[in-house]
Design a protein around this ligand. Structure first.
Ligand SMILES: [Zn+2]
Length: 273
């Protein structure tokens, strides 16, 4: 499932290719699961709108639209794309055959098409006139004080708290394990009992690992923003994630795997306390 770095990579790649362009026509597959807003409403809102900016909010790709370019008062409208498990947002030439499971095609004034493809249909498309803010805080922009406050009095293990999307959005299993290793904190520690110093180290580590992953994903994006973006993610050199039994890269102790909150968690028993 795409997490924060993958969604950010896709959003940035799409932004570079489509911002400033007008949507001239919209086709939708009308599969009910895919469309959180009615497909007719999506087509109506998007057609004729100009794409001002494409960005990531949490794990959602948000396109800010200018609905009536040229008019003075601009109603704010957003097109929201959640990739779910298998969703892909592709910028393609119109002569390229749409892949199977294409659910939306936006024809753009620049001559390309923006396509939403989703085999398993856990992805969601919608339009919104309210400014979308998403659940939880963004781990890349939250202040250190706010980060520390998130975990105050929480009795859950820190690993589970990091994955709680209503606290922080976009952090997945890999990044949580990698950040805890870099901060020297065991995944089972009770979140509310971590010291200020430990939480400060954890925030720094989390930001570092997410930015590193975004950088790797971003560097491998080419015309198709899906596969390349995901491939970039695998280039990340994991220190603990999925390395059970392998030597710690810092101290050579074998990496251990435990289950915390139903999720596999990997850590070094020597480096993490
Ligand atoms: Zn170690």
């Amino acid at each position: 499932m795409p997490e924060l770095p993958e969604v950010e990579t896709v959003a940035n790649g799409v932004h570079q290719r489509v911002h400033g362009q007008t949507i001239t026509s919209v086709w939708t597959s009308n599969k009910p699961q895919t469309f959180k807003s009615r497909p007719e409403e999506i087509a109506e809102v998007l057609t004729g709108s100009r794409i001002d900016r494409v960005r990531r909010i949490g794990k959602t790709i948000v396109a800010d639209l200018i609905r009536h370019p040229g008019k003075k008062s601009q109603p704010s409208v957003q097109f929201l794309v959640h990739l779910g498990m298998t969703g892909r947002l592709l910028v393609s030439a119109p002569e390229t055959e749409p892949p199977p499971h294409t659910h939306a095609i936006l024809t753009l004034s620049g001559g390309k098409e923006l396509r939403f493809v989703d085999a398993r249909r856990f992805g969601r498309l919608s339009v919104s006139t309210d400014e979308y803010t998403g659940p939880g805080k963004d781990p890349l922009t939250i202040s250190n004080e706010d980060f520390i406050a998130l975990f105050r009095n929480r009795k859950t293990p820190i690993k589970a708290a990091l994955l709680n999307q209503s606290l922080l959005h976009g952090v997945g299993n890999i990044y949580a394990d990698e950040a805890l290793f870099r901060a020297g904190i065991r995944p089972r520690r009770q979140a509310g009992r971590l010291t200020r110093d430990e939480l400060t180290r954890l925030r720094t580590a989390l930001v570092k690992v997410l930015k590193h992953a975004i950088k790797l994903g971003g560097s491998s994006v080419s015309d198709y923003v899906d596969a390349e973006g995901v491939a970039g993610f695998f280039q990340l050199h994991h220190r603990v994630y999925s390395r059970t039994g392998e030597p710690c890269r810092t101290c050579s102790t074998p990496i251990e795997r435990i289950v915390v909150g139903g999720r596999s968690s990997h850590f070094c028993p020597t480096c993490q306390r």
